[in-house]
Design a binder for this molecule. Sequence first.
Ligand code: OSB
Ligand code: MG
Length: 369
Amino acid sequence: MAIQIERIVLRQIRMPLVHFFETSFGRTYERHIVLVEVIADGLSGWGEITAGENPFYNEEWTDSAWLIARNYVAPRVLKHPFESAADVADRTSHIRGHRMATGEVAVWDLEARRNGVPLAQQIGGGSRAEIACGVSIGIQETVPDLIRKIETEVNAGYQRIKMKIKPGWDFDVIREVRKNFPNIRLMADANSAYTLRDAERLKCLDEFNLMMIEQPLAHDEIIDHVQLQAQLKTPICLDECIRSAHQAEQAIRMKACGIINIKLGRVGGFREARRVHDVAQAHGIPVWCGGMLESGIGRGHNIALSTLPNFVLPGDVSASKRYWSRDIISPAVEVSPRGTITVPTTPGFGFEIDRDFIKQITVREETIH
Ligand code: OSB
Ligand code: MG
């Protein structure tokens, strides 16, 4: 039976982070998140648009996502009979960029609920009962602050530590971290803070036995990464550069990277995320699930994505309490002392939506028919 969306409710919520998060492109204290509820046959599917508050990670931000979703995506998705959620991406493929704003993931959640299956199974995953978790730790005020944070997360059981780097917060800081934690699985994420002119300096990172260095060079520059990877022993992991399976295949064939970070929003949802996953798998390139400081809804979708077979490295999918004093789902996402999250087995993405709390933190809402 076809899926025909009757109504879409867009809500923008405000959620203060328990601790600011700093990357090479700036500091975030509070998230402004657009939630997508798609309604058909008395059932709701939920999705989270993972755009940031400013167009600094990619070109999207909360306000652009709102307008794209409302003015360009909703009219194409409403009332159209879809065979399956996998067909939704075709209806919005004429929109250039703005892949986060499609909210395609909400339709997958709806389809899973309608079929009475967990989202992980609906997307073709679900073969593992738990996923491996790492953490992403932002740039701190001081090195001792960073060391304390890493210690907390290692003690909590997380299987891999990612630290954000930028010029001036890189080589010396990583050396201190390695001195304190010689054996942890460690990686660094530059969010495009360097250029090929920094190649000599980046080569020095090889001595720290990092699992990978994530997105060192420009957000849209695959060829420079090819040149850098040829000089580095440490594998490069691409994040910002990979927006489609086609780009993933080009990057892999050109040897721009040895690992890929897959983010649902960045590639436009589950259909494209699976394709990126499949291309990487076919070439023997491992992938892991990236994060965008998601609320519980995006986090739940990331858990489902991480059950696909080639997600063989710990992702940036961690406990709700690292971000929020109160999450918008229940129960909150929890991480075991072994650094794992149990994959839900109930229909849809597997957590209850806390509608009362969402109402309290909603700053704008619009229903589109
Ligand atoms: O590059 O992976 C990134 C957060 C916002 C924007 C970009 C990135 C990140 C993270 C945080 O690293 C991952 C998370 O804990 O959600
Ligand atoms: Mg990244």
